[in-house]
Design a protein around this ligand. Structure first.
Ligand code: FES
Length: 334
């Protein structure tokens, strides 16, 4: 289990570079106005890619940009081991220490890192390496494994032993390229050595496939008609009818303040839960009223919003979460 704390030494300030700002804008544009805080993880990641780690001023800057309490951003940054909370070496090694990797020799890999690089979270004297222990990286079938992050990317190195990890570190130190993936010759996460199940070759050569008999008028195996049976008239082709558009419900017609309400959806109804603030219960209520589509909500006037508000029995929520703007974006994106 890794302990996650901010580094003792912190820079005075943090700003995103112009290139990082473009990425930040890209991510912020992905979320509706009321859900901008969802960009917290991408923004922390962009800060880390820019600086090599996530500093306290970066956390504060992101909290201000997203209008979030700082503690919420601290919580995210300290929970996920993908965020380095201290400066990292040129090659940052994350050793998975969770149960499958631990049972398969993660302790040996940690010992190599300690001997070769030094203490966890401390950059080696030449600045080339640092390492940390992290939780499961999702490659348990190839345990034990490490992730190595450097200017070339973030790659997994799997099926390691103390010897193979040492060889990887030697190569990196010498500036040589190393090959990601299993380091024991295994093919991805296929069984080591020969496959022990489903080994019958006929499973794969098509010989087990049986021909399928399709019903066919010319098929000579079709049963002959009995002489007692009278030939039946061919069924008339059913004329295609145009779907009729749903009617407006009476209440909406009678009540001038009501938005347009329909007796049923026009085709497939929209998933109104995609609007921030609308859960399954509210969606059911809206559907009961005759509201099924984003374009209906996108067109609401202030009068119509207050009509819906009064029926949902809460005040101001539609305006606070700006359902109309959210629905407009969702409707345009369809
Ligand atoms: S336990 Fe190590 S990758 Fe899952």
């Amino acid at each position: 289990m890794s302990v996650r704390r901010l580094a003792d030494q912190q820079p005075d300030s943090f700003v995103f570079t112009k290139a990082s700002e473009q990425l930040v804008t890209f991510w912020l544009n992905k979320y509706p106005e009321a859900k901008k805080v969802s960009a917290v993880i991408p923004m922390l990641w962009i800060a880390q890619k820019q600086e090599g780690w996530v500093s306290e001023p970066a956390i504060q800057h992101i909290a201000e940009r997203l209008n979030m309490p700082r503690i919420r951003v601290y919580e995210v940054a300290t929970f996920y081991t993908m965020f380095n909370l201290a400066p990292a070496g040129e090659h940052f090694i994350q050793v998975c220490g969770t149960t499958p990797c631990w049972l398969r020799g993660a302790g040996d890999l940690k010992a190599v890192c300690e001997k070769r690089i030094g203490k966890k979270g401390v950059v080696s004297k030449d600045g080339k390496f640092s390492w940390n222990e992290v939780e499961c990286l999702g490659a348990c079938a190839n345990a034990p494994m490490v992730q190595i992050s450097n200017k070339d990317g973030d790659e997994y190195y799997e099926d390691l032993t103390a010897e193979s990890l040492t060889a990887l570190l030697d190569a990196l130190e010498a500036g040589k390229a190393i090959k990601p993936g299993p380091q024991n010759g295994r093919d991805c996460s296929a069984p080591e050595g020969e496959a022990k199940t489903l080994t019958d070759k006929s499973l794969y050569d098509g010989s087990m496939a049986k021909p399928i008999k399709l019903p066919n008028a010319a098929n000579d195996t079709a049963p002959a008609a009995s002489p007692a049976q009278k030939p039946t008239k061919a069924a008339k082709p059913v004329a295609k009818t145009k779907p009729t558009p749903p009617k407006l419900v009476k209440e909406a017609v009678a009540d001038g303040a009501a938005p347009k309400l329909f007796e049923r959806p026009d085709g497939e109804k929209d998933d109104l839960k995609r609007i921030g603030g609308v859960g399954p219960k509210i969606e059911a209520l809206l559907n009961e009223m005759g509201i099924f589509h984003f374009h209906q909500i996108a067109g609401w006037t202030a009068e119509e919003v207050s009509w819906v508000n009064s029926r949902l029995k809460f005040k101001g929520r539609i305006e606070r979460e700006d359902w109309v703007a959210q629905a407009r974006l969702l409707s345009e994106a369809k």
